[in-house]
Design a protein around this ligand. Structure first.
Ligand code: HPA
Length: 237
């Protein structure tokens, strides 16, 4: 039994959804899993649940915020036999023509945090999604009515960045969004030889001068619900 996920091999399904927020993990199990799911972790409030989605096995496990916290959870899920990680969460939107509530499928996640590079033990590295999962997500997303953006994102170690120019520099490099865990997930997945994909809802729009416009709670719920339906389908594909 690992230190932070107080579970045994077999308690998690091979395919796990990974939101940062424990409250959202519970929301996902209650609103998207079939009835009969069970709680498999509560250590440190990092809630995890296992059940089925449309009859297929699936789990959800909260990661907390940032690469160090998320890295512990990804590593322990793999110790417990998990072979596919699907990060579900929110990101700040950087792309032109992007709106609050849109979905972002991250084909790659640059590291604006040293934790993933330290883990990869390389000076340069391209943390990337599993192509077949990204392809499935892009294909399935065409059936929904939420606009979907597919491209690279950046994983930051700082939410309140004192440098107002950071977002503009990532945008100049074609990055679509900013969040705080995907690069760690892609790096651990690469090192361990498992599958990974990050799918996010745009929860705020980040301007060139560091200004931020935030989504309302109602808009966020609608965006997350669309993104979750897609993510459950991709995770169990
Ligand atoms: N920065 C980092 N992570 C985020 C953001 C952001 O602006 N929005 C949602 N997750």
């Amino acid at each position: 039994m690992p230190i932070h996920l107080r579970a045994e091999p077999g308690d998690y399904a091979p395919n796990v959804l990974c939101p940062g927020d424990p409250v959202r993990a519970q929301y996902i199990a209650e609103n998207f899993f079939d009835s009969g799911f069970r709680q498999v972790n509560s250590e440190r409030g990092m809630l995890g649940f296992t059940g089925t989605f449309e009859g297929r096995p699936i789990s959800v496990q909260a990661t907390g915020m940032g690469c160090p916290s998320a890295g512990i959870v990804f590593e322990e899920l793999i110790m417990l036999g998990v072979t596919r990680l699907v990060r579900v969460g929110t990101c700040g939107g950087l792309g032109d023509g992007m709106a609050m509530g849109d979905t972002v499928i991250a084909v790659a996640a640059s590291s604006d945090d040293t934790t993933p590079l330290r883990y990869a033990a390389m000076e340069g590295f391209a943390p990337s999604a599993t192509f077949t999962l990204a392809e499935t997500a892009a294909r399935l997303s065409r059936a929904g009515d939420t606009p979907v953006h597919v491209g690279p994102i950046v994983t930051s170690g700082i939410f309140y960045d004192p440098d107002p120019g950071t977002f503009a520099r990532w945008k100049r490099l074609g990055h679509l969004g900013v969040e705080m865990e995907a690069s760690m997930m892609y790096t651990i997945a690469a090192v361990k030889g498992i599958e990974a994909l990050a799918i996010m809802t745009v929860s705020d729009l980040l301007g060139e001068s560091g200004d931020t416009e935030r989504i309302s709670d109602a808009e966020l719920k609608a965006g997350v619900d669309q993104m979750m339906q897609l993510s459950c389908a991709v995770a169990t594909s």
